[in-house]
Design a binder for this molecule. Structure first.
Ligand code: NDP
Length: 509
């Protein structure tokens, strides 16, 4: 493995140069238009995944702060935000997008110091968020209810779409700004007020965004940001009686808990949860491209992606040459400093995630999987302080093995062999999840049949992990069933109101 660590970030205890980032930059939560500390004065620090060093000081909310944030959001909703015009909200979102111009590099560095992802991954967070802001603005300007041809005499009937009230967004650490943008901007465009909670692993960009939101001119209370652990701050938000809707991205276990709490008081929720997605290689594939596709599926973001192609289904008729070529390509991957543009595999996001992934590797080995490549913590010089996991592929695995069933969220793929198309479909669909699937074949008819037969919300043919904001993202089953973005992006954040105007029909009393 060419895991030469480079040291572009030496001196990383003080990585913050430039206007946006400096080592003593204060980060504050945003409640009712004010930038505040937590009322108990508690803070938490971040850990740089490449070195294990801690840095920064981020305020932690109390349950009292959460209550103030939700009440501020409700007040802002009632005091006028919900009655602003769509074009006004669209203009604010566009202004915010403009204010993000020129920040992509700094924000990429900021994210890297929290979740350790590569420059290639993190550099896209700001441009993507800008696109989501513009797209959400366009959607709300083009949105409308409809007039129906009433079947009653003397009645005019129509529907309007309206905001729900206070929306809570809870986001994970693997794409902190992009996944927030996908929730926050459509929710604001639709006329809701929002309380945002980032992951405690990656609070920095979200708190920074709060400053840009106020600078763009959003009124006090329209966006509030509270920080802190899910177990306290997240739970208090979800349980708050004034919250109408919770939009969540994260693990299935946490998502199910949140959905139940919401349902118990008839609040709504939308869930973007986990996956165990099949990446299916037929013998009719361009096998060299399929190898790239397998690696893209499981090693992008060090496997920390809800859509990771973590079950690699390979047709029996494909010979051992394929695996030898795959192993050779994987051994050549460059592990190293995430700030180095040449790095392909960076550390996983946290010490906890490292322990979790290594635990699954050990379990797979205990359950009898054969290690094709990788299989432990990276040990090359320069990598030992960081949370590096070797890119790992197991073969000799069945679809019943733990490594085939549970979301690992690390650079660990399991190869499962299949006989023919029916067998591939059976294995692909034998999962509690239903987020994504990759299909590798040059046979057009087979590709089309597979797109219909695979039970997943996203299907890629001869690609893996493509995404764009005009196409909805989401899945079935334990993945949660919600869709983000696409033309439907606003719908989670709107209610439909039916309006009847009586033109003089007789009343029963
Ligand atoms: P969680 O799903 O627990 O966390 C996601 C978000 O939810 C974070 O902001 C977290 O806050 C918050 N949260 C946690 N518990 C609660 C709660 N009871 N009520 C309200 N909010 C809560 O994921 P973890 O970060 O703990 O990661 C654990 C595993 O989840 C990973 O190993 C991975 O397998 C999976 N995961 C999947 C993701 C996906 O996109 N599919 C994304 C992230 C994780 P905080 O972090 O501050 O505690």
């Amino acid at each position: 493995m060419a895991d030469t660590a480079t040291h572009g970030s030496q001196g990383s205890s003080n990585p913050w140069q430039g206007e946006i980032l400096s080592s003593d930059r204060p980060y504050r939560m945003l409640i009712d238009g004010e930038f505040v500390e937590g009322e108990a004065g508690e803070t938490l620090a971040c850990e740089y995944p490449f070195t294990g060093e801690t840095w920064g000081s981020f305020p932690v909310a109390t349950v009292g702060d959460v209550d103030r944030a939700v009440r501020a959001a409700r007040k802002a909703f009632d005091n006028g935000w919900s009655r602003t015009t769509a074009s006004h909200r669209a203009a604010l979102l566009r202004r915010l997008a403009d204010l993000l111009e020129g920040t992509a590099d700094d924000i990429a560095r900021l994210e890297i110091h929290q979740n350790g992802k590569t420059l290639a991954e993190t550099s896209f967070e700001v441009p993507y968020s800008q696109m989501v802001a513009h797209y959400s603005a366009g959607l709300i300007e083009a949105d409308h209810g409809h007039t129906v041809n009433s079947m009653l005499p003397d009645v005019v009937a129509y529907t309007v779409r309206e905001p729900l009230g206070v929306v809570v967004t809870i986001t994970p650490w693997n794409g902190p700004l992009g996944s927030l943008a996908q929730k926050l901007f459509p929710a604001l465009a639709a006329g809701n007020t929002v309380v945002v909670k980032p992951s405690e692993v990656t609070p920095a960009e979200t708190l920074w965004l709060g400053e840009k939101i106020m600078e763009a001119g959003f009124p006090a209370g329209v966006v509030n940001i509270v920080n802190g652990p899910g177990a306290t701050v997240g739970r208090a938000l979800v349980a708050h009686p004034l919250v109408e809707h919770v939009s969540f991205t994260g693990s299935t276990a946490t998502g199910l808990e949140i959905a139940q709490v919401c349902a118990a008081r008839a609040a709504t929720s939308s869930m973007e949860l986990g996956g165990k997605s099949p990446n299916i290689v037929f013998d009719s594939a361009d096998l060299d491209r399929a190898i790239s596709g397998v690696m893209t599926g499981i090693f992008s973001a060090s496997g920390q992606s809800c859509a990771a192609g973590s079950r690699i289904l390979v047709q029996d008729s494909i010979g051992d040459d394929f695996f030898e070529a795959l192993a050779t390509r994987i051994r050549a991957l460059r592990l190293g400093d995430p700030l180095d543009p040449a790095t392909q595999i960076s550390p996983v996001a946290s010490r906890a995630q490292l322990a979790k992934v290594l635990g699954y590797i050990e379990l797979a080995q205990k359950e009898g999987a054969t290690t094709l490549v990788g299989g432990g913590r990276a040990s090359a010089p320069g990598l030992t302080e960081g949370f590096f996991v070797e890119p790992t592929i197991f073969t000799g695995v069945t679809n019943d093995a733990t490594v085939s069933r549970e979301e690992i969220f690390g650079p660990v793929g399991a190869v499962i062999r299949f006989k023919d198309e029916d067998d591939a479909v059976r294995i692909a669909n034998d999962t509690q999840y239903g987020l994504a699937a990759g299909i590798w074949t040059e046979n057009v008819a087979l590709a089309h049949r597979m797109t219909k037969r695979v039970h997943a919300g996203l299907v890629w043919v001869n690609n893996y992990r493509l995404g764009e904001l005009v196409i909805p993202w989401g899945g079935y089953g334990a993945t949660g069933g919600s869709r983000e973005m696409g033309i439907e992006a606003l719908r989670d954040y709107q209610g439909t109101k039916a309006i009847y105007i009586d033109l003089g029909s007789p009343l029963p009393f």
